[in-house]
Design a protein around this ligand. Structure first.
Ligand code: C2E
Ligand code: MG
Ligand code: MG
Length: 466
């Protein structure tokens, strides 16, 4: 249990300039209170039955509250704040009973303002460990000693807030890179292709195919699901990846008939796998939905009709969507997701971290699985910081009661680290690239549907993967 000592020495101001500079660099101080952090304060309030929860970032003179639960507070003076206790401690502080500390002078303002009897605070740190802010829970009654796992929970929630800051920074970098990459292409002739008529013709001539990539339980490498990924088998150009035609399909509106084809093709394939193995049936097949498909009226009715026509159980179908498809109209998004959920379909949040990540939505939306974007998995062996992001996304999923699946696992190191972090599910080239349905049929006949050990594959003892 951290001991509370009010340090007043000069050394507590050491490195303060660097700390504030790191804080300013995040851009968090220039923004109004952010609803994207509300899920954290709300979760903390619910978990600890707290009366007030504050998520704050602190500069030289002020405590800026970015999200609160309970008492509405926007800012407080920095002088003698709980934050300074935390800096002095260089870690969490817990004061279970203020009445036993009548001379608790230093923290007067905050305490009196909120009329609280106990509090606990955990640090929000940046990449190199500097404390930028704090997550504080207050209660009006003395609450007694805080158990170690409770303190751990508070610290995990503060870490999630820190990841949220880091995700924001990465997202900015990601979008900047994307804009830079797409700029020259937009002026080249490649942008002209495919035209609407090419896509229409492809649909009519049945040139689209679905490939499938296994989703495995990391502990056992058992195939627990499949992601359906569309390809265009073009008569002259060969096999074309989705990113080369899905944007054009979205732009022209043809994504709707193409998406309908994909959904019904996936349902037929599920039926096919069920008939090949009536005892075990098919693993859950997940289909990607674009923003436009998601925004379409009557989506749930459409999916329900498809399931009925094909005789597929809703438990065998999953739908993947990205956060950006939910953002334009979060209220409708919630309604659509809820009605899909009522059908018994699994809902997966794709590419988590690259969109306009909003924990607030995440908390209220009924997703079953959170898919950690490949870019985070790729970087996780590069150092403590990316690893910490993956760790906190896993923790976040756990707190929100969701399954977590890591995308794009390519190396044994990533595989081993993810298992250590408690990530249960994964997919990636290490296990299998997306492959045609016939190859999946062969995989599903493996004993226990367990894929070969990738470490053995590296030894050269296994050549099986196509
Ligand atoms: P996604 O849904 O995030 O799919 C994962 C992508 O990562 C797939 O690319 C997959 O082949 C690739 N991938 C999986 N494991 C690894 C790995 O270990 N390393 C690397 N480097 N890549 C890996 P793909 O098939 O090119 O699909 C790209 C995107 O196109 C998908 O991203 C999805 O957003 C979209 N998409 C695919 N099929 C459909 C579809 O039927 N409808 C819609 N609307 N979008 C689709
Ligand atoms: Mg996907
Ligand atoms: Mg993805």
């Amino acid at each position: 249990m951290p001991q509370v000592e009010l340090l007043t020495g000069e050394n507590k101001w050491q490195n303060e300039d660097a700390r504030v500079a790191a804080l300013v660099a995040t851009g968090i101080l220039d923004t109004p209170p952010e609803p994207s952090y509300d899920a954290i304060t709300r979760l903390a309030a619910e978990y600890f039955k707290a009366d007030t929860v504050l998520l704050c970032f602190v500069d030289q003179s002020r405590v800026w509250i970015k999200s609160y639960w309970g008492e509405a507070v926007r800012e407080l003076p920095r002088k003698d704040s709980i934050f300074d206790m935390m800096l002095a401690e260089n870690g969490s502080v817990v004061v279970p009973d203020l009445t036993e500390r009548p001379k608790f002078d230093g923290q007067r303002l905050m305490i009196r303002r909120l009329e609280v009897a106990s509090f606990a605070a955990a640090p929000v740190r940046c990449a190199d460990g500097k404390i930028l802010g704090e997550l504080v829970i207050f209660t009006c009654e003395p609450r007694g000693v805080m158990a170690a796992d409770q303190l751990h929970m508070l610290e995990s929630l503060a870490d999630i807030a820190a990841s949220q800051l880091e995700l924001r920074r990465l997202r900015k970098a990601f979008h900047k890179r994307r804009v830079r990459r797409s700029h020259p292409i937009s002026h080249s002739v490649t942008e002209i292709w495919p035209r609407r008529s090419d896509l229409r013709q492809a649909l009519e001539e049945h040139q689209f195919v679905l490939y499938y990539q296994p989703e495995v339980e990391l502990a056992t490498r058992r195939v627990v699901g499949l992601e359906a990924l569309i390809r265009w088998q073009h008569p002259e150009r060969g096999l074309i990846p989705p990113m080369d035609f899905i944007p054009a399909a979205e732009e022209t509106g043809l994504i709707l008939p193409i998406g309908d084809w994909g959904l019904s093709e996936a349902c037929n394939q599920i039926q096919q796998w069920c008939s090949e193995d009536p005892e075990r049936g098919a693993p859950r097949v997940c289909v990607n939905l674009s923003a436009r498909q998601f925004a379409r009226e009557g989506l749930a009715d459409h999916v329900e009709a498809l399931l009925r026509q094909s005789g597929v159980s809703s438990r065998s179908l999953g739908l993947e969507m990205t956060e950006s498809s939910l953002i334009p109209d979060p209220r409708t998004a919630l309604e659509v997701l809820s009605s899909l959920r009522r059908l018994g379909i699994s809902l997966l949040l794709d590419d988590f971290g690259t969109g306009y990540s909003s924990l607030n939505h995440l908390h209220s939306l009924p997703f079953d699985v959170l898919k950690i974007d490949r870019s985070f998995v790729m970087r996780m062996t590069e150092g403590e910081q990316p690893l910490q992001i993956v760790r906190t996304i896993v923790e976040l999923a756990r707190v929100l009661g969701m399954e977590v699946l890591a995308e794009g696992i390519e190396t044994c190191d990533q595989y081993n680290l993810l298992r250590q972090l408690g990530c249960r599910l994964g997919q990636g080239y290490l296990f299998s690239k997306p492959v045609p349905a016939e190859t999946i049929s062969r995989m599903l006949r493996l004993p226990g549907r367990i894929l070969p050990d990738p470490e053995a594959k590296i030894d050269g003892s296994n050549q099986k993967n196509s």
